[in-house]
Design a protein around this ligand. Structure first.
Ligand code: FES
Length: 571
């Protein structure tokens, strides 16, 4: 390399500062050549015992390093805050923005020329992309890959999706508690992230369709040797990206986001992709809106028959050809000229990809659902918008008018949902308040409220549910989510009372509270915001600055790209 890289500001000097930067790094045994001006590749690792979906990154990272060394680079691994979905309380989403700050500041403050992001569990992918986008160095992402299919008592079971089903079955008296508990280890039986088309698989698919990963990144199982090979090739590619100055902003263009939204429709991806892509776009400076999700996804059929919308799992998707094969089925809807981190266009990347199983990746004339995208609802109940995933909803409930049964917050819901005296039937609409970004805080995945036990016992399996929360990407049902503004910010959702009539019209994109405006004004005058759970610390920073769901729930002061200019010397 003749061009002076960013890392030269640390390692290139022959003065005391250069001595300090090199000398301390040499205590790891690095030879002198590592400081000769070669690309320094920062490997951002989210491995943690508390993020079980990402623990195997400790091994995978060694293969990334091999690739970096082989291409003449200097790999430096660094840890960042790891947002594990299954353990973090009150919700991993509260910490996505914190993790993104960690990533951004770690990249900018260190002698790094290019970045490899190791992400797997739900929030780790958007957090890493958000942080890296605010720096805009040459950046490539490697997903950790999904777990192998779950198997339990002769049946294939999927992460999350079957937890909700089994949990409803045990509450409805269909299966025993012993059967329920026995499924735990059968569901999660290998390293990797959730193997349904939940948020982790969705975000890995989004990353591949955005063009920020190597081809085939999303579907190889975590334990597949091809995942390890991909790690090696990702490291190798990162070095060349620095040489070519292929920055994230050259890849994360409006065309890339449009491609991702369309692929999301074709795979029946998680509703969480909406907030995450809005937030990533906000960091890189692409003007993406909630309406873009509806407009771009509307004519995209859902072709992938994966849980929670369909039958199969990510391992099956891999064997059927993965994301490249799926993209060939909707090639006419994609911008094939979009540049990717491979240095080639999306069209070049997927050329020759084949579908090997038409039950898993359906043909266009036999879709799983005619409309795979998200429907964005507006109305006096959601002036800032709300979303629903039609492919996961019950067709019979897509146009529905019902009596509101209101829960003030998640504690109120948990305390009363199974009360035999709760005045509710299958035609009612369950309304949950104060679970949005400020209210929970962190916009928890509680929007897919489990139905009251007495209705489950009657055989009811779906009802219209409305909240300002999110839902797990592995969940399903006629669930209206991300209602904005949220109740805790004084949105109209805060004003709904038991017995109000609500109209949901998905085809008409309408969510309407049938209450007289004058009455709503009276209710507003009597409304007081809920007390925040914490009055100081990170939660206060979050609640004070978090944007609503239609802006990606990022922190207001984090929106935008601040670049990676070399900061002033430390000594
Ligand atoms: Fe980590 Fe589902 S809990 S991906």
């Amino acid at each position: 390399m003749t061009k002076k890289l960013r890392s030269h500001a640390w390692f290139g000097g022959l003065d005391k500062d250069g001595f300090i930067h090199r000398s301390w790094m040499k205590n790891q045994g690095h030879p002198d050549e590592m400081f000769d001006g070669r690309p320094v590749i920062g490997i951002c690792n989210t491995a943690s015992d508390l993020t079980p979906c990402n623990t195997h990154f400790r091994g995978l990272v060694e293969h990334v390093k091999r690739g970096v060394y082989e291409a003449g680079g200097f790999p430096v691994e660094f840890p960042v805050f790891s947002c594990g979905e299954s353990n973090l309380r009150p919700t991993a989403m509260l910490f996505r923005n914190l993790a993104s700050m960690d990533v951004e500041e770690a990249i900018r403050a260190n002698p790094i020329d290019g970045v490899v992001l190791l992400a797997g569990c739900d929030k780790t992918t958007p957090a890493l992309l958000m942080g890296a986008a605010s720096c805009d160095l040459p950046t490539i992402l490697l997903s950790g890959g999904p777990m192998l299919n779950g198997h339990h008592r002769g049946r294939t079971i999927g992460s999350g999706t079957d937890v909700w089903k089994l949990s409803e079955d045990v509450r409805g008296g269909v299966i025993s508690l012993a059967d329920f508990l026995d499924a735990e280890s059968a569901m999660s039986r290998s390293p990797g992230h959730c193997m349904t088309m939940g948020t982790a698989s969705t975000m890995a698919t989004m990353a591949e369709s955005l063009g920020v990963t190597l081809t085939d990144n999303a579907a190889y199982p975590a334990v597949d040797a091809r995942r390890v090979r991909l790690a090696h090739l990702t490291g190798r590619r990162a070095v060349q990206m620095v040489v070519d100055d292929l920055r994230l902003s050259k890849v994360l263009t409006p065309a890339a986001f449009a491609n991702a939204i369309r692929v999301n429709g074709a795979v029946g991806g998680s509703t969480n992709a909406v907030v995450h892509l809005l937030a990533i776009a906000g960091r890189i400076g692409v003007d993406l809106t909630l309406e873009d999700w509806d407009r771009l996804g509307q004519d995209v059929p859902c072709l992938l028959d994966l849980m929670p919308s369909g039958r199969f799992l990510m391992e099956d998707f891999c064997y059927a050809g993965g994301v490249p094969a799926l993209m060939t089925r909707i090639a006419d809807l994609l911008d094939l000229d979009a540049l990717t981190v491979t240095g080639r266009t999306l069209g070049e990347n997927i050329q020759g990809a084949q579908v090997f199983d038409e039950e898993v990746i359906r043909p266009r004339d036999r879709p799983l659902a005619a409309q795979g995208g998200m429907a964005v609802l507006r109305g006096n109940l959601a002036p800032g918008g709300a979303i629903i995933k039609p492919s996961a909803a019950s067709p019979a409930l897509m146009q529905h008018r019902g009596r509101a049964v209101v829960f003030q917050d998640i504690d109120d819901y948990k305390a009363r949902v199974d009360d035999p005296d709760l005045d509710i039937d299958a035609s009612c609409i369950m309304v949950l308040k104060n679970c949005g970004p400020k209210g929970y805080p962190g916009m928890a995945e509680v929007g897919n409220m489990a139905l009251p036990a007495k209705l489950l016992q009657q055989g009811v399996r779906d009802m219209v549910r409305i909240s300002d929360a999110r839902m797990s990407g592995t969940a399903y049902g006629t669930v209206v989510l991300h209602t904005a503004p949220e109740a805790a910010a004084g949105g109209p959702l805060a004003l709904v009372r038991d017995g109000d009539m609500i109209e949901l019209d998905v085809a008409g994109r309408r969510l309407h509270l049938e209450v007289d405006p004058a009455e709503l004004e009276l209710r507003r005058a009597a409304w007081t915001p809920p007390e925040p759970a914490m009055g100081s610390g990170y939660q206060k920073l979050y609640v004070d600055h978090v944007l609503q769901a239609d802006r990606g729930a990022d922190l207001d002061f984090l929106v935008g790209c601040r670049g990676a200019a070399v900061p002033r010397e430390s000594h």
